[in-house]
Design a protein around this ligand. Structure first.
Ligand code: KG4
Ligand code: ZN
Length: 354
């Protein structure tokens, strides 16, 4: 079956075409139109501007996804339309949902709505790996930091989550404090480079930051104190002299390592406790090379060979429609009745929980 998927929950307008066959789903096209260049001068996403740009972009993006999947010149033969209905920005979500409703109505095709976080997790199914249950997903994005236990397809149990800022949000806020620009994740990763590994002894303790909640006995996280610690560290340095590029690089490296240490420690502990068969990494922060490398290494060293580690390729970690199509396909397989032919009204929910 062919699936057209649409994702507009934040500042990426994306459409993808996928092919689902028995227990497998693969990408035929995945078009992502990012608005980062528009929003970065404001230091973050401006919801009204995001919605206006989704309106301008959505039809060309859908059109390109269909064309690139080789359906451009033929009669439309999409079997299912998928769309994100939350969580995200209300005005942005509405553009995707209304477009999906309109296309489903015009083509008389069933429509299925998915949770954006579910989409991030299901990006892991696009690698053609054999995901066995129970699975543990570490979801780290701009709005979420959660450890999600899955005992089967579509069965989610949040076993731990952030009590304040999300990991991606912390990256973005620290980049703002250090005047590095938006979005912070890729910029901080670039500034950090391989620094912490190259000169660990030199970096500590001058740039030492806390590892919040690493000793708590639960699987929750907290990143807002880390951001405040960076703020004080930067102010302290500025008091005595101009903060230099080298200081900034060291702070970035230590901040990134502090986030990774807590994420890796808790994920490994949860994987042991729940005796999972696979550890999945998901969400925008999963694009971080050091996090990918260190979590994989820890899983290999501490969980043994039978437990698999998987992370989607980088482009499928940040927001994209292919992940929405993947989640929709497994939702459809499990509950074909949940796909409805319009007229139906999909309820957009900016705070939708998994
Ligand atoms: O999943 P995503 O694209 O959007 C949300 O659903 O929030 O995640 C965006 C977040 C941003 O906070 C961004 O700074 C972070 O992912 N991010 C990264 C990297 N690339 C994106 N964080 C750390 N390292 C990266 N390479
Ligand atoms: Zn996302």
């Amino acid at each position: 079956m062919k699936i057209l998927a649409i994702e507009t929950s934040c500042d990426e307008t994306s459409a993808a075409v996928l092919e689902g066959k028995s227990d497998n789903v693969r990408i035929l096209s995945n078009i992502i139109s990012s608005q980062i260049n528009i929003h970065k001068k404001y230091g973050g996403v401006v919801p009204e501007i995001a919605a206006r740009n989704h309106i301008l972009n959505i039809i060309p993006v859908v059109d390109e996804a269909l064309r690139k999947s080789n359906y451009g010149n033929k009669k439309i033969s999409v079997d299912l339309i998928a769309v994100t209905r939350g969580p995200g920005l209300m005005s942005s979500l509405l553009i995707g949902v209304q477009t999906a409703e309109m296309l489903a109505y015009a083509w008389k095709k069933p429509l299925i709505a998915v949770n954006h976080i579910e989409g991030h997790i299901y990006a892991n199914w696009l690698n053609s790996i054999n995901v066995k249950f129970p699975a543990l997903a570490l979801v780290v994005s701009g709005g979420h930091t959660q450890l999600v236990l899955m005992r089967d397809h579509l069965k989610y149990k949040i076993i731990g989550q952030t009590r304040d800022d999300a990991a991606g949000e912390a990256f973005d806020k620290v980049a703002k404090i250090l005047n590095l620009g938006y979005p912070g994740g890729p910029i901080i990763a670039k500034m950090a480079g391989k620094r912490i590994l190259a000169c660990a002894d030199r970096v500590a303790p001058k740039y030492k930051l806390p590892r919040p909640m690493i000793d708590s006995k639960d699987f929750d996280f907290s990143f807002s104190g880390l951001k405040t610690a960076v703020l004080y560290m930067a102010r302290e340095k500025e008091k005595y002299r101009q903060i230099e590029k080298d200081d900034i690089k060291n702070i970035c490296a230590e901040f990134q390592q502090a986030v990774i240490d807590v994420l890796v420690y808790k994920t490994i502990a949860a994987a042991k406790k729940y005796k999972v068969k696979i550890v999945l990494l998901a969400g925008g922060v999963a694009a971080n090379q050091e996090l990918r490398r260190q979590l994989e290494e820890a899983a290999r060293n501490e969980l043994g060979d039978e437990i698999i580690f998987n992370v989607p390729e980088q482009i499928l970690c940040t927001d994209n429609a292919a992940m929405v199509g993947a989640a929709a396909y497994y939702r459809y397989l499990a509950k074909p009745n949940s796909a409805k032919i319009p007229p139906v009204k999909i309820k957009v929910d900016p705070n939708l929980e998994i």
